[in-house]
Design a protein around this ligand. Structure first.
Ligand code: AKG
Ligand code: FE2
Length: 180
């Protein structure tokens, strides 16, 4: 489990360095500000039994709260994304399984950092009638990490949409709402 965690961590770090380069930042920017942190990053092992009652969605539509999420599934279909979460009605697309590939979901804190340049991915899991296993690795920043609009993501015509916030404060609030 330890080495699996380290592998996910390494891939997450690499993806974050590519995102940093795409934003004209140093490649280790997110690492330096505490966006990637042990043990804030955590791995969730998921098992969906084949028969889950009358509900169509076995994991309802949501965005993940943190920086990035890496997903590995056993290939059983069910995961869907909505490319434009603001559109009504929402349009859902199946995420095709690619052997050996990670699925990368952008989280809400990355959306805040980039002033919506990178939008957090709205996703859900629909029941397929088949048993399904997946692993989700959530890259959450250090609780003290302050998430504020990046210079390269705002301008006079596109001012910051979100106030700076400490990651711990933001995530606690989201978890509280989720479990209410
Ligand atoms: O099982 C999956 O494919 C997705 C799980 C998920 O979105 C989550 O745990 O946040
Ligand atoms: Fe999720």
């Amino acid at each position: 489990m330890e080495s699996l965690y380290s592998k996910f961590f390494g891939v997450g770090k690499k993806v974050l360095s590519l995102i940093a380069l795409s934003l004209n930042l140093d490649e280790d920017f997110f690492e330096k500000v505490g966006a990637i942190d042990k043990p804030a990053a955590f791995l969730r092992l998921l098992h969906y039994p084949g028969e889950m009652g009358p509900h169509q969605e076995i994991c309802s539509a949501h965005t993940d709260f943190g920086t990035l999420t890496l997903l590995l599934t056993d290939g059983v279909q069910g995961l869907q994304i909505c490319r434009n979460k603001l559109e009504e009605p929402q349009v859902w697309e199946d995420v095709p399984h690619m052997e050996g590939a990670f699925i990368v979901n952008i989280g809400d804190l990355m959306e805040r950092w980039t002033n919506c340049l990178y939008r957090s991915t709205m996703h859900r899991v629909k029941q397929s009638g088949r048993e399904r296993y997946s692993m989700a690795f959530f890259l959450d920043p250090h609780p003290e990490c302050v998430v504020e609009c990046l210079q390269s993501c705002c301008s006079e015509s596109s001012p910051p949409r979100f106030a700076p916030i400490r990651s711990g404060e933001y995530l606690n609030e989201r978890f509280k709402i989720q479990s209410a």
